[in-house]
Design a protein around this ligand. Sequence first.
Ligand code: NAD
Ligand code: UFG
Length: 332
Amino acid sequence: MAILVTGGAGYIGSHTCVELLNAGYEIVVLDNFSNSEPDVIRRIKELTGKDFPVAAVNLLHAPDVSRVFAENEIEAVIHFAGLKAVGESVAKPLEYYHNNVTGTLTLLGAMREFGCKRIVFSSSATVYGADNKAPFKETDPLPAAASNPYGTTKLVIENILRDLCVSEEGWSAVLLRYFNPVGAHKSGLLGERPKGVPNNLVPFISQVAAGRREYLNIFGSDYDTPDGTCIRDYLHVVDLAKGHLKALEYKGAGAEAINLGTGRGYSVLEVLAAYEKACGRKLPSRQAERRPGDIAESCADASKALKLLGWRAELGLDEMCADAWNYEKNNI
Ligand code: NAD
Ligand code: UFG
């Protein structure tokens, strides 16, 4: 019996594959490599010394997805595959809804066809709205739509999974709401490699440190926070990967939303300072306008993950930055 990892060649998926293989799970990776490189698969195999089947399949192609289930005995699915660029989703809403929502429906159809009823889904802290107050709790009321189509795909998919679990006995869906995953594998072999200009803070700082960008724009310095810059709950991608193993072990039925974050927030300036410590020098930055859609503070109430899954983040901001820099240096 194997775990199907959709999007297993991506940033979070690849780290999770390593943890799964090291823990003795058999895996099958499904990825169309639209936002990842096939070489990541070789690196996962090199790191773990284990082999596994890889299906270069687009989730939107139902017959191909069914074939993966027909050819492998899949006991559960970890579903990472999706498009994730917030700005791009505003420009291309149809592509985002189609890829993320239709892709998930196709996957769930194949799971039902083959009697596989356990799924762990990559949701996001983006499902919480501007009206929620940090720290966010899973019981907080959610908005009908997020501030961008990407975020709304996560809300829609959470609802689909909830409805599915109500409709038929035996389904189990863990909706993992990630906060801000950063960092990389200690080896320097796996990490985040955004195409084009990075949208996210730590990948952007990494490129400034590597000399690929001139300076960091600090989006907004007049927020109602101690130093005026936005606060986020950053968590190490390896801690996040381990959270998926805990979610697989979870035996509850039905749909369960669970935050994965540290519960501790850091400002943009604090992250920059930690990265400067990691790379050993000052990095150029400039104050810039606020970025539309940003909220002052996003931080998890992480108590449910501890109570239900026995999971808590172990690695701190210094390790996140040190590992992000180590990956950047090794892969310039
Ligand atoms: P990623 O882009 O690195 O990985 C996603 C993978 O899915 C890629 O390898 C891509 O090729 C694949 N994929 C996309 N569409 C596909 C399709 N139709 N068929 C097959 N494969 C497809 O992203 P990531 O950062 O690893 O994120 C993984 C999941 O976690 C995503 O669903 C994302 O929305 C969610 N998430 C990410 C973050 C973050 O900050 N990275 C935060 C919250 C939630
Ligand atoms: N920031 C800068 N300069 C940059 C990039 C970011 O100052 O060049 C600031 C942002 O304004 C924000 C903070 O750094 O205040 C963090 O920004 P990120 O883009 O790294 O993270 P977000 O919290 O905005 O969003 C991320 C993902 C979303 C996801 C959300 C919650 O991009 O997809 O985390 O998981 F939904």
